[in-house]
Design a protein around this ligand. Structure first.
Ligand code: CP3
Length: 383
């Protein structure tokens, strides 16, 4: 191919974007300038497809959030829901960590609970606390009255934020869209907020399975529309957060959750990688994998190599540093990153991430150091 750059030089496109393409991805643009072929060659998307990458891509769940002073400054001006409903502000918050950290993806700033607002359950985010549902759904009669969720009219601001982010990113890094999995979203609307034991959820599942399945169907349908809307607005990949599914017995997952996850994932726009994430899922991973997804999210309670073997090497994995490790200083962070990269063994299909979201008490410099360390230790480019 004519015009390929010498690998010892930094191609000019690296000054424009961070995709750090492999030589076979370089192309001459119409104006004879070197440019990347297209965003699909971004390391994150290549890793999701288990293709070779110049270095292990890294992004962090909750990379936009309270540990960032610029996020806290935005929160002085806007309430949390107000921020989510304001596309300009939400786009700005989405871009903050991309500019500050050098991560390989942006994740849209929004929340998994926004789509339940039309159910009239009274969603609130009281200051300093998790979500609160004023009128939780606890029985068959309440669930029987629910109407399907009209996603387009419920969350137009999320789609508008995605369009703005895409435009501002101008191909620098891919945009990840996201939604909660029906089980995790149901856990909030049934429990009324965060929970330790999920007793209302489990009682509903066991005692009123028809009502449970109806609720899951309503949420799965809305979630597929929500994710497809984000994809239509420009999301290059999507992550489904089943954050609390680890509280279930394997058999209960199979009966009460897996069919809905299958339906949901099958309804998503083909060709867009799906990251399927949960925590506390060591014993459930093969079942989550069977439900679907191109990339399986791993929390920090599992060894990456063992967990990858349990889901099969024909699927990509994402994870799995304990978020608390970022409270320690960079030399220690380095050891732990090295261990995870060693366990990934250079196999194609690893996206580096934490095992769950960045903790609010995390020093920003440690997060920046993490991204640099992952890029440095995993660099496969010839020098
Ligand atoms: O990852 C990102 O940077 C994108 C933004 C994002 C938020 N919520 C913003 C947010 C994402 C991906 C979510 C997903 C989400 N929301 C999940 C799944 C991920 C997980 O953590 O397991 C869940 C369970 C929720 C529901 C939710 N929203 C909770 C439990 C909380 C409170 C907990 C907390 O961290 O404060 C929220 C509020 C929320 N969502 C905040 C942010 C930045 C903090 C709100 C604030 O500014 O006070």
């Amino acid at each position: 191919m004519p015009g390929l750059p010498n690998m010892t030089e930094t191609p000019s496109c690296l000054r424009i974007c961070r995709n750090a393409c492999l030589p076979e991805m370089y192309a001459m643009g119409p104006d004879d300038k070197l440019s990347c072929v297209s965003l699909p060659d971004a390391p994150l998307l290549r890793a999701a497809r288990r293709e070779s990458v110049p270095y292990t891509p890294v992004w962090l769940m909750r990379q936009a959030g309270r540990y960032l002073p610029e996020y806290r400054a935005m929160r002085e001006r806007f309430g949390f829901l107000e921020l989510c409903r304001n596309p300009e502000a939400a786009a700005e918050v989405t871009l903050q960590p991309v500019d500050r950290l050098g991560v390989d993806a942006a994740i849209l700033f929004a929340d998994i609970l926004l789509i339940v607002e039309p159910l009239d359950v009274g969603l609130e985010f009281p200051r300093g606390e998790g979500p609160l549902i004023q009128r939780p759904l606890r029985d068959e009669a309440q669930i029987a009255r629910l109407r399907p969720i009209d996603v387009a009219s419920a969350v137009p601001f999320v789609f508008e934020a995605a369009r703005r982010v895409k435009q501002a990113l101008a191909g620098r890094v891919p945009l990840i869209g996201f939604a909660g999995a029906p089980f995790t979203v149901a856990s909030y609307v049934v429990e009324g907020g965060a929970s330790r034991e999920y007793l209302h959820v489990k009682r509903l599942m066991y005692e009123e399975p028809e009502a449970w399945h109806r609720l899951m169907e309503i949420l799965a349908t809305a979630t597929s529309r929500y994710l497809n809307g984000q994809i239509a607005a420009g999301a290059d990949a999507v992550q489904i957060f089943d954050s609390w599914v680890g509280v279930l017995a394997a058999d209960d997952y199979r009966t009460f959750v897996q069919p809905h996850m299958r339906t949901l994932i099958h309804a998503l726009t083909p060709g867009v990688p799906v990251i399927h994430f949960g925590t506390g899922t060591a014993a459930l991973l093969p079942l989550l994998r069977a439900a679907g997804g191109d990339v399986m999210g791993l929390d920090w309670r599992v060894d990456l190599d063992t967990a990858w073997a349990s889901v099969g090497h024909d699927v990509a994995v994402q994870g799995n540093l304990d978020p608390a490790v970022l409270l320690a200083k960079p030399p220690y962070i380095r050891q732990r990153v090295k261990d995870i990269l060693d366990r990934a063994g250079g196999r194609p299909g690893h996206i580096f991430n934490l095992g769950h979201g960045v903790l609010p008490a995390t020093p920003v410099e440690h997060v920046r150091a993490l991204v640099e360390i992952v890029h440095e230790l995993s660099d496969r480019r010839v020098r």
